[in-house]
Design a protein around this ligand. Structure first.
Ligand code: C2O
Ligand code: CU
Ligand code: CU
Length: 552
């Protein structure tokens, strides 16, 4: 469907109804200035779209809408502190093989902007330390028992993103924990599950708001025989934060719901643009825990790195010499960053990536965000200059054996099709009583033609059976596909009739799908029950771009 044209037409109707058009334009100019993601856009040809977009944010055509939120300046948070180490969730058990802990979700007030308080929702009290959930460090074959206490004013769940836990322990939207209640999540990790995971809430229609208020944290599962155990580790947990000028967490506006929320701040372990000093070769684990922001990570062309792992652990062989790596929302990776031979200075940045965010006028996409610095990195190889630079660690090859996931010889894998589509009805969005901050009416992001319905089973799989899924994106923007309960392998990607075999084997639970693209994966589920699959732009998930897989 020619949505963009439809949008433009519907929008012109909506805009025509704005009586104070000029005033809104002025207001918009002010806000645009404050939106860091947009700061590189002045003078760009997309200003017309910007104007209307900002009008959507501020220009309340209806009395029911709150007045515009003025955002804090993109410099309002201090930068340049040393990268904070993650807090750790303490293991209360002394039995080897058992991890037992309590995880409390609660409102926590912290001062990030000088002189202003921000009310976050965090795991743990986090009176100090990074505003990121504590790191849960586990080992393969551990039995995990985590008591979750919900001290939030609304229902929540804990979803163990990427881990092969039983469906009834996976924080599905159908298993909410009411405010003031608690429950124990219990699971045992299989061998081979070492990797980089995370946890976050998954209550229906509330995930976006809970994550953007601060509820997300990292998980590492370690293997007994990790070939990279000698490499010192560094953890970079990326989150997105959108603050109003008064220090409060700004609510979602219509553009946030449509394109996924992106704040004016990208935080690394809870801080803006921290400083990293690399004195030895390091293994970095990176998490994209942003609601919607894509991170095309780069240290610059002069600082190639190796990728050694994806969501579900190590690759078969390192991919060396990379100068950038795209991490879609929800994705993780393991990298090797070398200290080099000489002292030098670089920046870790999110390079320009065009995910085709929708504009609201004239059938155009918004221009992509300019590149942004995430952290300053100083390479200071120990012993450099004294002729005694440390010998770099050798890279083991293979890192581990990975076999292609295939159905038994002589059989054909069952096929499943997932189609992303969208429908925008601007008239409905602007009907009196429609709100900009709750879930807007008239915006539909769908899977196989429908939005989420907890009572509907979209697909059924047999456990233990290797299946081939195709995920097709018939919308105009990128969407990261995520499947619960397992790790899958990408077989190939097709775009415009051209198929590209995936050049290497890797275990993933999240894969970006570009507009017009079809990604084919091999996947298998091992436990009976209901699994979710959805777009990991959390606003889209909340709007219903999610469906249920029943495993029998
Ligand atoms: Cu990370 Cu269903 O989510
Ligand atoms: Cu998940
Ligand atoms: Cu999406």
């Amino acid at each position: 469907m020619i949505r963009r044209q439809f949008l433009a037409r519907a929008l012109s109707v909506a805009v025509a109804s704005l009586s104070a058009r000029a005033a809104i334009g002025q207001h918009a100019g002010h806000d645009m200035h404050d939106m860091s993601g947009m700061s590189g856009m002045s003078g760009m040809s997309g200003m017309e779209g910007m104007d209307d977009m900002a009008g959507m944010q501020n220009g309340a055509p209806h009395a029911t809408q709150p007045t515009g939120v003025t955002l804090a300046s993109p410099n309002a948070l201090l930068a340049g502190a040393p990268l904070a180490a993650l807090r750790k969730l303490a293991n209360e058990s002394s039995d080897p093989g058992t991890f037992r802990a309590t995880l409390v979700a609660q409102p926590v007030r912290r001062s990030l902007m000088p002189g202003r308080q921000t009310s976050f929702w965090l795991y743990g009290d986090a009176a100090q330390g990074p505003i990121v959930g504590p790191l849960i460090e586990l080992r393969e074959e551990d039995t995990v028992e985590i008591r979750f206490v919900n001290r939030l004013p609304e229902p929540s769940t804990v979803h163990w993103h990427g881990l092969p836990v039983p469906p009834d322990q996976d924080g599905n939207p159908t298993d909410p924990v009411a405010p003031g209640e608690s429950r124990v999540y219990r699971f045992t990790l299989p061998r081979g599950s070492a990797g980089t995971y995370w946890y976050h809430p998954h209550p229906h229609m509330l995930s976006s708001g809970q994550v953007y208020r601060g509820l997300a944290g990292p998980i590492i599962v370690r293997a007994a025989d990790d070939p990279l155990v000698a490499w010192p580790e560094r953890h970079l947990f990326f989150t997105d934060l959108k603050l109003a000028a008064d220090g409060s967490i700004a609510p979602n506006d219509m553009m946030d719901w449509m394109n996924g929320r992106e704040g004016q701040f990208v935080l690394v372990n809870g801080a803006r643009r921290p400083r990293i000093v690399v004195t030895r070769d390091e293994r970095w684990r990176v998490w994209n825990a942003c609601n919607a922001r894509y991170l095309r990570l780069s240290l610059g062309v002069n600082y190639p790195f190796a990728q050694v792992g994806t969501d579900g652990g190590l690759l078969g062989d390192a991919r060396d010499g990379l100068t950038e790596l795209l991490l879609a929302p929800g994705e993780r990776a393991e990298l090797l960053v070398r200290a080099g031979q000489w002292p030098s200075q670089a920046t870790l940045s999110a390079a320009v990536y065009d995910r085709r965010k929708m504009a609201m006028t004239h059938g155009n996409s918004l221009p992509p965000d300019p590149s942004r610095v995430l952290a300053d990195v100083r390479f200071a190889p120990a012993g450099a200059g004294a002729g005694a630079a440390p010998t770099p660690h050798a890279l083991p090859s293979p890192l581990r054996p990975i076999e292609a996931l295939q159905p038994p010889a002589g059989t054909v894998a069952p096929q499943k099709a997932v189609v992303f589509s969208e429908e925008m009805d601007m008239a409905a969005m602007h009907r009196p009583g429609a709100t900009m901050h709750e879930m807007p009416a008239g915006m539909r992001f769908m899977i196989n033609g429908a939005t989420f319905d907890a009572a509907r089973i979209a697909l059924t799989s047999r456990r233990g059976e290797v299946e081939h899924w195709s995920i097709e994106n018939r919308t105009d923007m990128d969407h990261p596909f995520h499947l619960h309960g397992t790790q899958f392998q990408i077989i190939e990607r097709e775009w415009n009739g051209t198929k590209r075999k995936e050049p290497y084997l890797a275990w993933r639970d999240t894969v970006n799908v570009q507009p017009g693209e079809t990604v084919r994966i091999a996947t298998v589920q091992s436990m009976p029950g209901e699994r979710m699959f959805h777009c990991h732009i959390l606003e889209h998930e909340d709007l219903g771009m999610m469906a249920t897989l029943k495993v029998v």
